[in-house]
Design a protein around this ligand. Structure first.
Ligand code: 5RP
Ligand code: CA
Ligand code: CA
Ligand code: ZN
Ligand code: ZN
Length: 226
């Protein structure tokens, strides 16, 4: 199953990943940022419906110089006291938020259209792929309409969120370690889409559905074999 998922990702296809019953209990649509098209963004908007984010590996985040949003808030709280009170130390499903800054590519207009978001995400992946991290500020502006997520070092070894699962999948597939993810929502109830319905969606659309434990196990096995 994991091999099939990696093959799909290498072809620029979407893979569905449920994190865990003892975590968010969410299924995210995940794909490789280097292959994202406006058509993908349309699918994420209409069929997933959550927040479209771009997970970045710790290594790429370090080279780009992008902080966690929590670090920005901490520094800024010296001037804006309310930011200290807003500290996200009580997330119900994990210890730490993966949120980083939001960005737009400088060639976008508003930044929100399918064309604009695909451009921002794809260009970020290509910048990282080409090792041009130091030119980040030349090509992108912030705030923008794509939320970057910063993966923990060692990915799923140190944090078991979709952020790290996305990057672990990119690494196992041999792809640039920048991804796209978006939570699948239930249009009827407004809640997260049930695992059952996410699996049905996968079957109907001929997509691979993975349980987070499969991603973690495959990644641990890869590390152990190195
Ligand atoms: C951003 C989120 C999503 O859940 C996304 O999957 C990343 O978060 P995490 O790594 O915590 O699963 O909250 O929309
Ligand atoms: Ca989350
Ligand atoms: Ca606006
Ligand atoms: Zn998640
Ligand atoms: Zn979420």
């Amino acid at each position: 199953m994991i091999e099939e998922a990696l093959r799909s990702l290498r072809k620029g296809e979407i893979v569905l990943v449920f994190d865990a019953a003892n975590r968010e209990r969410e299924t995210d649509m995940i794909l490789a940022a280097e292959f994202v098209t406006p058509e993908h963004i349309k699918i994420l908007r209409n069929d997933a419906g959550g927040l479209i984010c771009a997970p970045v590996s710790a290594e790429n985040a370090e080279k780009l110089g992008i902080p966690f949003m929590t670090d920005i808030m901490q520094v800024a709280s010296k001037k804006y006291k309310v930011l200290k009170r807003l500290s996200p130390h009580d997330i119900p499903y994990d210890e730490k938020s993966a949120f980083s800054i939001t960005i737009n590519h400088r060639k976008t207009f508003t930044g929100i259209t399918d064309n604009d978001r695909a451009l921002t995400i794809r260009e970020l992946a290509l910048l990282c792929k080409n090792g041009q991290h130091e030119r980040f500020g030349e090509f992108f502006r912030s705030p923008g309409h794509v939320t970057l997520l910063r993966a923990a070092p060692g990915h799923v070894i140190n944090r078991k969120g979709h952020t790290e699962m996305s990057i672990a999948l990119m690494e196992m597939a041999g792809l640039t370690k920048v991804a796209v993810c978006c939570e699948m929502m239930d249009n009827k109830s407004g809640n997260s889409l049930s695992t059952r319905d996410a699996q049905l969606y996968a079957e109907e659309h001929d997509l691979i559905f993975l349980d987070g434990s499969q991603v973690i196990k495959a990644y641990e096995e890869m590390i152990a074999s190195m």
